[in-house]
Design a protein around this ligand. Structure first.
Ligand code: TRP
Ligand code: CA
Ligand code: ZN
Length: 320
């Protein structure tokens, strides 16, 4: 699922950078040395779908052991956060937990920084980690949480040192109305908000009857995702199932460029969409949305794999 080098412009670097890029990724560099424009760009890794699914299995086990959910203020949320944080700490991230209160219970955001890069240009990626109380929340939003985690771990594995600073976040209490992400944005000063070059949001990216939706916000971020899917020969649509219904909204409202991916919730797939993407006409993209059946069985592996690879592609492309 690895995309050939895309012909992005303005990326020419010194020839010495070619060897570094090759070394870092273990991948091939497109073209000859004279093709310096593309050769200098470090390739994003192919995110192993098995690793992403292993995280989903763990989140499912956590829900099962904690009353069937991973909801705000419940033990399944804390256990989910502990699982993700331990992986990040082991990989060399600097992690922090931000507390807030929602509906009389303490909530937690997890934020992980990858050391290095320009602190005035931050590429931030995030996903909400809480489920609704009525189910384990594996597509919503174990999928985004696991893809962002595995992308962060891929950064560490490859020793990627981009020009920009990388930050990853897992939000609490999204299901109570974007509470955790709003708390984070509200507590950033204006100066810190301006340092975020872009926020990428991933909420539901493995829907069992999937669509391929790209947020229609910042043009550069949107183009990066569209280029990725174009390279796979997959048609995307603009996300219209509720603009502002996820954690990018507080960032957008604060003037931060945002983007993201979505594979669909309770809207139904049209015949035109089924013609493009396969799947079942007239069925919801996710028939188990906010239900007890949002388990590890409620995932389309191909959609999860493509979208996870797209997360890494965008993080790499937008940070160098
Ligand atoms: N954020 C919603 C949830 O967690 C899901 C959702 C609905 C969504 N419409 C969206 C996510 C559009 C991203 C974009 O329940
Ligand atoms: Ca992959
Ligand atoms: Zn939800």
């Amino acid at each position: 699922m690895k995309l050939p080098q895309s012909p992005l412009s303005g990326r020419a670097l010194a020839a010495g950078a070619v060897a570094v890029a090759t070394l870092m990724t273990g991948g091939s560099v497109a073209g000859s040395a004279s093709a310096s424009e593309s050769a200098a760009v470090a390739d994003a890794p192919d995110i192993p779908i098995a690793n992403v699914k292993a995280h989903l299995t763990q989140l499912q086990s956590i829900a099962t052991a904690n009353g069937g959910n991973r909801a705000h203020g419940r033990p399944g949320y804390q256990a989910s956060l502990d699982y993700i944080r331990a992986k990040l700490d082991d990989a060399g991230f600097t992690t922090g937990v931000q507390e807030f209160t929602a509906s009389g219970r303490t909530g937690y955001n997890l934020v992980a920084d990858w050391p290095g890069g320009d602190a005035d240009q931050i590429v931030m990626s995030g996903a909400h980690l809480d489920s609704v109380a009525s189910g384990p929340g594996i597509n919503d939003n174990g999928s985004g949480s696991s893809a962002v985690l595995e992308t962060a771990l891929a950064v560490a594995r490859s020793g990627y040192q981009p020009a920009k600073h990388l930050r990853f976040a897992w939000w609490g209490a999204e299901e109570l109305g974007l509470v955790g992400s709003r708390h984070y944005v509200d507590n950033l000063g204006a100066a810190d908000r301006e340092k975020i070059s872009g926020y990428l949001n991933f909420d539901m990216i493995g829907s069992p009857n999937p669509g391929y939706f790209v947020y229609d916000d910042d043009p550069t971020i949107e183009k990066t995702f569209k280029d990725y899917f174009a390279g796979l020969g997959i048609t995307t649509e603009i996300e219209t199932e509720g603009d502002g219904r996820s954690d990018h909204a507080p960032f957008k409202n604060a003037g931060v460029p945002v983007g993201g991916l979505f594979s669909g919730a309770d809207y139904r797939k049209t015949s035109a969409q089924a013609a493009e993407w396969g799947g079942t006409v007239g069925e919801p993209f996710d028939p188990c949305y906010h239900s007890s059946c949002d388990t590890t069985a409620n995932i389309d592996d191909t959609a999860l794999d493509r979208n996870s690879d797209a997360v890494a592609y965008a993080v790499w492309e937008l940070s160098q």
